[in-house]
Write a protein that binds this ligand. Structure first.
Ligand code: PDD
Length: 281
């Protein structure tokens, strides 16, 4: 495998960053994960627009011009022979002696790009099985709309899910409102067939897959409501599912051990997943 690190293509095993990289020491950086299907980067524009926003919220510049970054992403994908998989990119503020405040001397943002293959049959099998979800108290900061590499609450939430024999954890506010998963957006299908997901305000990450699913829903005359929903409403819903670049659309079959409907993946989630791959051509 080959990775791109600060201007060079290196063997994945030799891909390292400096110990004083501010991403390493302070999680002072942002990232994106894009899905690659049949050789295409899905919604690269959406991901790079969101990267632009994340960078500006951290008052950081682009490590390369946008068009050059696109070329690097394509080159990493090409060198790793990825037809189906993921491309990961991370931008940190750069290497500077440890200090919480921004470096006073100008530093070059550090850029890392990696790509890996995934087996579409494995993710298809996961989607056919559906996933079990647990809920955890929302304990993240308010700016989860920024895609930062500071993911400790997400890491702990996901591990809590794994420890419970589940695959994802949903962050829930004290009033029962479901926000989103550790690395996915959360959706339900209400009793009357309406797709419901948390509004893309400051309480969640504005998922790129979430936006694509909204477009697909509109094309299929499915109604979407961006509104709050509770764990209780989700447990009583007709269907539930998650979206992300890594999971695409994956049905949820239980929440905190309570089966959703008959405990099998729902038909709307399944058809949204199919429709997603149909436009990914
Ligand atoms: N996670 N919410 C959170 C907290 C996320 O980390 C992600 C993505 C999403 C879904 O966004 P998108 O549809 O743009 O992937 C929602 C990536 C995949 C990750 O951390 O691996």
């Amino acid at each position: 495998r080959i990775a791109y690190v600060n201007g060079r293509y290196v063997r994945h095993a030799d891909a390292v960053v400096h110990v004083e990289d501010r991403g390493y020491q302070l999680a002072d950086g942002v990232y994106e994960v894009c899905e690659i299907a049949r050789g295409f980067i899905i919604d690269m524009k959406g991901h790079l627009d969101r990267l632009d926003r994340s960078l500006s919220e951290l008052r950081m510049g682009w490590p390369l011009e946008r068009s050059a970054l696109e070329l690097v992403m394509r080159e990493v994908i090409r060198r790793n022979h990825v037809r189906n998989g993921l491309v990961y990119l991370q931008v940190t503020r750069g290497v500077s002696p440890r200090d919480h405040a921004f470096p006073t001397k100008p530093v070059r943002p550090a850029l890392v790009v990696t790509a890996k293959r995934t087996d579409p049959r494995v993710s298809a099998r996961k989607a056919e099985k559906g996933m079990a979800v647990i809920t955890v108290p929302e304990n993240r900061w308010e700016r989860v709309d920024i895609k930062t590499i500071g993911l400790l609450p997400n890491v702990l939430a996901r591990q809590a899910a794994v420890d419970a024999g589940a695959q994802e954890a949903w962050f829930v506010d004290p009033d029962g409102t479901v926000k989103e998963g550790a690395s996915t957006n959360a959706w339900i299908v209400s009793k009357d067939g309406v797709l419901v997901t948390h509004p893309a305000d400051f309480g969640i990450l504005r998922g790129i897959t979430r936006a694509t699913v909204m477009r697909i829903a509109a094309e299929h005359d499915l109604k979407v409501e961006e509104r709050h929903f509770t764990v209780e409403e989700a447990q009583a819903a007709r269907e539930a599912f998650v979206t992300s670049a890594t999971s695409v659309v994956t049905p949820v079959i239980s929440i905190d051990g309570k089966a959703i409907a008959n405990g099998h993946p729902g038909s709307i989630a399944r058809s949204l997943r199919e429709a997603f791959f149909a436009i990914a051509e």
